[in-house]
Design a protein around this ligand. Sequence first.
Ligand code: HEM
Length: 422
Amino acid sequence: MAEATDPTSHSDHSDHSDHSDHSDHSDHSDHPSYPMPRTCPYTLPEGYQELLDRPTLGKVRLPSGKLAWATARYEDVKAMLGDNRFSSDLRRPGYPLMMDHQVPAPEFSTSLVGMDPPEHTLARRAVAADFTPRSINRLRPRIQEITDEYVDRLLAGPRTADLIDAFANPVPLLVICELLGVPFADREFFLRTSFTVMNATTPEAGGVATAELMGYMDGMVTDKERTPTDDLIGRLAARRGEPGVPDHRDLVGMAFMLLMAGHETIANVIGLGAMLLLERPVLRKSLAADPSRWPATIDELVRYFTIAEIANSRVALEDVEIGGVRIAAGEGVLGLTVGANRDPLRFADPDVFDPDRVERSLAFGFGAHQCIGQHLARTELEVVLTTLFERIPELRLAAPVEALRFKEEHVNYGLHALPVTW
Ligand code: HEM
């Protein structure tokens, strides 16, 4: 989602006035700017190597003009994300928002991402059962059906297509519909409106579509409260009043958050993964000969592209020492997982794409907020990419990688379009 159209944005700096904002505007020293554009999909963005090479943490300047600490080494990022003395609460002064106006609107208050313990622990426990490997395995046949349907559509259409538009975007959206329990009759509307939210070119257009989608979610939650259904939102609606279970308003916020967290992330990895595999016939051949190599290949794709970095931002609740510096209470910290996942102290030959690696990366985060959707992501990516290459073995790029447009400045990294032919 582009920063300019972030639907969670709202200019309300209300509570938590007990913590002062230490992100000093008046420090005019020469700090590198963040985000640093990823000009090549396969290499580290400029400036990251320098952060990795530094003996201690450094500061970066955010688009808001404020400063934040940047952790880039694997061990430092992991230590920061695993430490409850750092808060995920976007409303706290000092939280390293890219732009000040990105403070989320009140209706998003209970989305897991921005909560701290003990509320976070209870809220996460309330939805955890829907994201276990076992629950996700139950979704697998539907993920396969949806994928097959969109491969059929691709094959029935013109022989040159945009894989993002025709495949990578709609498949994860429909999987989220399954998870949330969006009725079949509404899926066309849901797809169209979600797409507008994600791709709006002006904040106004994004705002209109977001309001429409929130209105829809509101109605859907009300229906499920009246008539319980066997899906994530339906089950939560039936358990209202239990500890950690969201009330009506928060359930609407949660449905919206899951849509945002679970759709574009996967679409981006499908696009980037397809691009990389289409450039590597030897790797494709080895996967076709031995499909048991797919899960490790998916994990390596997720490490190699590390598409979701900004999510790993925190603000210190008290003074904490990390990476040789003392981070003061109220200072913001970024966990630069794109750097951490290419840290040579952790990964041998980090720039090499190597599905045989055994070290786990931080691409799904670490600690209390580690991605709750990671089993779904792995399963979905495996089904989608296996099916695509099995059913269209002649698939190839219809444009050189140098000509492709990437989401360089977006919250999540990915491709705007991927022209393919067969
Ligand atoms: C390849 C795909 C994905 C990537 C790379 C990814 C990455 C991440 C990362 C880095 C975090 C940690 C954020 C933090 O520390 O604050 C996170 C959290 C989260 N992700 Fe994912 N994600 C993916 C797919 C999904 C999917 C499919 C869903 C659900 C349908 C999902 C739902 C969530 C939620 C709800 C959280 C917040 C968890 C919490 O705060 O307790 N993600 N994700």
